[in-house]
Design a protein around this ligand. Sequence first.
Ligand SMILES: Nc1ncnc2c1ncn2[C@@H]1O[C@H](COP(=O)(O)OP(=O)(O)OP(=O)(O)O)[C@@H](O)[C@H]1O
Length: 254
Amino acid sequence: MTYMLEARDLHKYFGALHVTNGVNLKLAPGARHALIGPNGAGKTTLVGQLSGVIAPTSGQVLIGGEDVTRLAPAKRTRMGLVRTFQISNLFTDMTVLENVYLAVSQNRRMGVNPFRAAGRDKDSIDRAMDLIRKVRLEPHADRLVSELAYGQQRLIEIAIALALDPKILLLDEPAAGIPTGELDLLLRVIEELDPSLALLIIEHDMELVRRVATDVTVLVHGTVLIDGPLREVMSSDEVKRVYLGGGEVEAQNA
Ligand SMILES: Nc1ncnc2c1ncn2[C@@H]1O[C@H](COP(=O)(O)OP(=O)(O)OP(=O)(O)O)[C@@H](O)[C@H]1O
Protein backbone atom coordinates (compact mmCIF):
# COMPACT_ATOMS: atom_id res chain seq x y z
CA MET A 1 0.00 0.00 0.00
CA THR A 2 1.18 3.50 -0.78
CA TYR A 3 0.83 5.75 2.23
CA MET A 4 0.11 9.46 2.08
CA LEU A 5 2.90 10.05 4.57
CA GLU A 6 5.47 7.69 5.96
CA ALA A 7 8.41 7.95 8.32
CA ARG A 8 10.88 5.07 8.11
CA ASP A 9 13.28 4.43 10.94
CA LEU A 10 13.87 8.12 11.64
CA HIS A 11 16.70 9.09 13.95
CA LYS A 12 17.67 12.55 15.08
CA TYR A 13 20.51 13.52 17.34
CA PHE A 14 21.04 16.97 18.81
CA GLY A 15 24.64 16.54 19.85
CA ALA A 16 24.63 13.49 22.11
CA LEU A 17 20.87 13.74 22.68
CA HIS A 18 18.97 11.04 20.77
CA VAL A 19 15.67 12.87 20.29
CA THR A 20 14.13 10.68 17.59
CA ASN A 21 14.98 7.03 17.99
CA GLY A 22 13.91 4.74 15.18
CA VAL A 23 10.45 6.19 14.63
CA ASN A 24 8.13 4.62 12.07
CA LEU A 25 4.81 6.23 11.21
CA LYS A 26 2.31 5.61 8.43
CA LEU A 27 -0.69 7.66 7.42
CA ALA A 28 -3.13 6.11 4.96
CA PRO A 29 -5.61 8.25 3.00
CA GLY A 30 -8.30 9.41 5.42
CA ALA A 31 -6.15 8.72 8.48
CA ARG A 32 -7.17 10.36 11.74
CA HIS A 33 -3.95 9.81 13.64
CA ALA A 34 -2.90 11.41 16.91
CA LEU A 35 0.68 11.77 18.08
CA ILE A 36 0.84 12.08 21.83
CA GLY A 37 3.56 11.92 24.46
CA PRO A 38 4.82 13.73 27.52
CA ASN A 39 6.69 17.03 27.32
CA GLY A 40 10.09 16.57 25.75
CA ALA A 41 9.14 13.24 24.13
CA GLY A 42 10.26 14.55 20.76
CA LYS A 43 6.92 15.29 19.05
CA THR A 44 7.91 18.70 17.74
CA THR A 45 11.23 17.37 16.49
CA LEU A 46 9.46 14.53 14.71
CA VAL A 47 6.95 16.86 13.07
CA GLY A 48 9.85 19.11 12.03
CA GLN A 49 11.40 16.17 10.22
CA LEU A 50 8.12 15.28 8.53
CA SER A 51 7.57 18.85 7.34
CA GLY A 52 11.22 19.36 6.40
CA VAL A 53 12.39 22.09 8.76
CA ILE A 54 14.62 19.60 10.59
CA ALA A 55 16.90 17.19 8.72
CA PRO A 56 16.92 13.70 10.23
CA THR A 57 20.26 12.17 11.14
CA SER A 58 19.12 9.01 9.34
CA GLY A 59 15.95 7.43 8.04
CA GLN A 60 13.44 8.47 5.43
CA VAL A 61 10.31 10.55 4.97
CA LEU A 62 8.00 9.66 2.09
CA ILE A 63 5.01 11.48 0.66
CA GLY A 64 2.80 9.32 -1.55
CA GLY A 65 5.62 6.77 -1.70
CA GLU A 66 8.16 9.31 -2.91
CA ASP A 67 11.29 9.92 -0.86
CA VAL A 68 11.22 13.57 0.25
CA THR A 69 13.84 13.30 3.00
CA ARG A 70 16.04 15.92 1.35
CA LEU A 71 13.24 18.12 0.03
CA ALA A 72 12.65 21.63 1.40
CA PRO A 73 9.43 22.35 3.34
CA ALA A 74 7.91 24.43 0.51
CA LYS A 75 8.31 21.56 -1.94
CA ARG A 76 6.65 19.19 0.50
CA THR A 77 3.81 21.67 0.84
CA ARG A 78 3.36 21.65 -2.91
CA MET A 79 3.14 17.86 -2.71
CA GLY A 80 0.23 18.25 -0.31
CA LEU A 81 1.86 18.19 3.14
CA VAL A 82 0.59 21.19 5.08
CA ARG A 83 1.03 22.01 8.74
CA THR A 84 -0.41 24.45 11.20
CA PHE A 85 1.70 25.96 13.93
CA GLN A 86 1.31 26.35 17.67
CA ILE A 87 2.27 29.98 17.33
CA SER A 88 -0.14 32.21 15.50
CA ASN A 89 0.91 33.55 12.09
CA LEU A 90 -2.15 35.70 11.48
CA PHE A 91 -2.34 39.35 10.47
CA THR A 92 -4.40 40.51 13.41
CA ASP A 93 -5.19 43.98 12.04
CA MET A 94 -6.76 42.48 8.93
CA THR A 95 -10.15 40.82 8.60
CA VAL A 96 -10.72 37.07 8.63
CA LEU A 97 -11.56 37.19 4.93
CA GLU A 98 -8.41 39.16 4.07
CA ASN A 99 -6.23 36.67 5.93
CA VAL A 100 -7.75 33.65 4.22
CA TYR A 101 -7.89 35.43 0.87
CA LEU A 102 -4.15 36.13 1.11
CA ALA A 103 -3.45 32.45 1.62
CA VAL A 104 -5.68 31.46 -1.28
CA SER A 105 -4.16 33.99 -3.67
CA GLN A 106 -0.62 33.15 -2.59
CA ASN A 107 -1.33 29.52 -3.26
CA ARG A 108 -2.60 30.43 -6.70
CA ARG A 109 0.46 32.63 -7.20
CA MET A 110 -1.73 35.63 -7.72
CA GLY A 111 0.97 38.21 -7.23
CA VAL A 112 2.03 40.74 -4.76
CA ASN A 113 -0.72 43.27 -4.29
CA PRO A 114 -3.53 41.47 -2.54
CA PHE A 115 -5.57 44.60 -1.91
CA ARG A 116 -5.68 45.63 -5.53
CA ALA A 117 -6.42 42.07 -6.52
CA ALA A 118 -9.13 41.78 -3.89
CA GLY A 119 -11.57 43.86 -5.91
CA ARG A 120 -11.16 41.71 -8.97
CA ASP A 121 -10.35 38.22 -8.01
CA LYS A 122 -13.82 36.90 -7.34
CA ASP A 123 -12.76 33.28 -7.63
CA SER A 124 -10.24 33.59 -4.84
CA ILE A 125 -12.71 35.49 -2.68
CA ASP A 126 -15.31 32.78 -3.24
CA ARG A 127 -12.75 30.13 -2.37
CA ALA A 128 -11.74 32.04 0.77
CA MET A 129 -15.39 32.34 1.82
CA ASP A 130 -15.86 28.65 1.19
CA LEU A 131 -12.95 27.87 3.52
CA ILE A 132 -14.25 30.31 6.12
CA ARG A 133 -17.57 28.47 5.98
CA LYS A 134 -15.75 25.15 6.45
CA VAL A 135 -14.30 26.39 9.72
CA ARG A 136 -17.67 27.84 10.74
CA LEU A 137 -16.52 31.46 10.85
CA GLU A 138 -18.84 32.83 8.18
CA PRO A 139 -20.56 35.30 10.55
CA HIS A 140 -17.13 36.76 11.38
CA ALA A 141 -15.66 37.00 7.86
CA ASP A 142 -15.52 40.81 7.88
CA ARG A 143 -14.31 41.23 11.43
CA LEU A 144 -10.72 42.02 12.35
CA VAL A 145 -8.82 38.98 13.55
CA SER A 146 -7.87 40.88 16.72
CA GLU A 147 -11.57 41.09 17.67
CA LEU A 148 -12.06 37.33 17.60
CA ALA A 149 -11.77 34.91 20.50
CA TYR A 150 -8.57 32.88 20.62
CA GLY A 151 -10.35 29.67 19.65
CA GLN A 152 -11.78 31.37 16.57
CA GLN A 153 -8.33 32.63 15.60
CA ARG A 154 -7.04 29.07 15.65
CA LEU A 155 -9.83 28.11 13.26
CA ILE A 156 -8.61 30.77 10.82
CA GLU A 157 -5.25 29.01 10.85
CA ILE A 158 -6.98 25.81 9.82
CA ALA A 159 -8.75 27.68 6.99
CA ILE A 160 -5.37 29.04 5.86
CA ALA A 161 -3.87 25.56 5.93
CA LEU A 162 -6.81 24.27 3.86
CA ALA A 163 -6.17 27.05 1.32
CA LEU A 164 -2.94 25.23 0.43
CA ASP A 165 -4.98 22.22 -0.77
CA PRO A 166 -3.50 19.68 1.63
CA LYS A 167 -3.61 15.95 1.13
CA ILE A 168 -1.94 15.50 4.50
CA LEU A 169 -2.63 17.96 7.28
CA LEU A 170 -0.45 18.19 10.39
CA LEU A 171 -2.28 19.97 13.18
CA ASP A 172 0.18 21.09 15.83
CA GLU A 173 -1.66 21.27 19.15
CA PRO A 174 -4.85 22.75 17.69
CA ALA A 175 -6.49 22.90 21.13
CA ALA A 176 -3.59 24.63 22.89
CA GLY A 177 -4.79 27.70 24.75
CA ILE A 178 -8.40 27.25 23.71
CA PRO A 179 -10.81 27.60 26.65
CA THR A 180 -13.03 24.56 27.23
CA GLY A 181 -16.09 26.48 26.11
CA GLU A 182 -14.62 27.07 22.66
CA LEU A 183 -13.30 23.54 22.17
CA ASP A 184 -16.50 22.11 20.80
CA LEU A 185 -16.37 24.26 17.70
CA LEU A 186 -12.83 23.14 16.95
CA LEU A 187 -13.84 19.51 17.40
CA ARG A 188 -16.72 19.89 14.98
CA VAL A 189 -14.55 21.60 12.39
CA ILE A 190 -11.99 18.80 12.57
CA GLU A 191 -14.70 16.15 12.41
CA GLU A 192 -16.10 17.77 9.27
CA LEU A 193 -12.80 17.90 7.36
CA ASP A 194 -12.64 16.12 4.02
CA PRO A 195 -12.67 12.40 4.89
CA SER A 196 -9.97 11.64 2.31
CA LEU A 197 -7.52 14.01 4.01
CA ALA A 198 -4.82 12.27 6.06
CA LEU A 199 -4.69 14.01 9.41
CA LEU A 200 -1.90 13.91 11.99
CA ILE A 201 -2.79 15.69 15.21
CA ILE A 202 -0.12 16.46 17.77
CA GLU A 203 -2.15 17.07 20.86
CA HIS A 204 -2.15 17.18 24.63
CA ASP A 205 -5.90 17.45 24.99
CA MET A 206 -7.19 13.92 25.48
CA GLU A 207 -10.80 14.82 24.82
CA LEU A 208 -9.84 16.01 21.39
CA VAL A 209 -7.74 12.91 20.75
CA ARG A 210 -10.59 10.65 21.83
CA ARG A 211 -13.15 12.39 19.69
CA VAL A 212 -11.10 12.83 16.57
CA ALA A 213 -8.44 10.13 16.33
CA THR A 214 -8.93 6.56 15.22
CA ASP A 215 -5.26 5.69 15.66
CA VAL A 216 -2.65 6.88 18.11
CA THR A 217 1.13 6.85 18.33
CA VAL A 218 2.60 7.36 21.77
CA LEU A 219 6.09 8.78 21.77
CA VAL A 220 8.29 8.52 24.88
CA HIS A 221 11.94 9.56 24.97
CA GLY A 222 11.99 9.71 21.18
CA THR A 223 10.77 6.14 20.78
CA VAL A 224 7.36 4.82 19.79
CA LEU A 225 6.07 3.26 23.00
CA ILE A 226 2.96 1.91 21.31
CA ASP A 227 0.84 2.64 18.27
CA GLY A 228 -2.46 1.30 17.05
CA PRO A 229 -6.20 1.83 17.25
CA LEU A 230 -7.32 4.46 19.77
CA ARG A 231 -9.11 2.09 22.11
CA GLU A 232 -6.24 -0.36 22.22
CA VAL A 233 -3.66 2.32 22.93
CA MET A 234 -5.72 4.10 25.56
CA SER A 235 -6.41 0.91 27.47
CA SER A 236 -2.82 -0.31 27.33
CA ASP A 237 -1.31 -0.81 30.77
CA GLU A 238 2.03 0.24 29.36
CA VAL A 239 0.62 3.60 28.32
CA LYS A 240 -1.08 4.11 31.67
CA ARG A 241 2.03 3.15 33.58
CA VAL A 242 4.81 4.80 31.61
CA TYR A 243 3.09 7.65 29.91
CA LEU A 244 0.45 8.67 32.41
CA GLY A 245 2.01 7.55 35.62
CA GLY A 246 -0.53 4.82 36.27
CA GLY A 247 -3.62 7.03 36.32
CA GLU A 248 -6.75 6.79 34.24
CA VAL A 249 -6.17 8.04 30.72
CA GLU A 250 -9.56 9.75 30.70
CA ALA A 251 -8.75 11.85 33.67
CA GLN A 252 -5.49 13.29 32.46
CA ASN A 253 -3.97 15.44 29.86
CA ALA A 254 -0.78 14.34 28.17
N1 LIG B 1 17.40 22.39 18.42
C1 LIG B 1 17.59 21.64 19.50
N2 LIG B 1 18.82 21.49 20.04
C2 LIG B 1 19.03 20.71 21.12
N3 LIG B 1 18.05 20.03 21.76
C3 LIG B 1 16.80 20.14 21.29
C4 LIG B 1 16.49 20.95 20.14
N4 LIG B 1 15.16 20.87 19.91
C5 LIG B 1 14.65 20.05 20.85
N5 LIG B 1 15.63 19.62 21.68
C6 LIG B 1 15.46 18.69 22.81
O1 LIG B 1 14.89 17.52 22.29
C7 LIG B 1 13.96 16.95 23.22
C8 LIG B 1 12.60 16.80 22.54
O2 LIG B 1 12.04 18.08 22.30
P1 LIG B 1 10.67 18.29 21.51
O3 LIG B 1 10.38 19.75 21.54
O4 LIG B 1 10.75 17.63 20.19
O5 LIG B 1 9.66 17.49 22.43
P2 LIG B 1 8.06 17.60 22.48
O6 LIG B 1 7.56 16.23 22.67
O7 LIG B 1 7.58 18.35 21.29
O8 LIG B 1 7.84 18.45 23.78
P3 LIG B 1 6.62 19.46 24.12
O9 LIG B 1 5.43 18.62 24.33
O10 LIG B 1 7.12 20.10 25.38
O11 LIG B 1 6.51 20.44 22.98
C9 LIG B 1 13.96 17.88 24.42
O12 LIG B 1 14.81 17.33 25.36
C10 LIG B 1 14.50 19.17 23.87
O13 LIG B 1 15.15 19.90 24.88
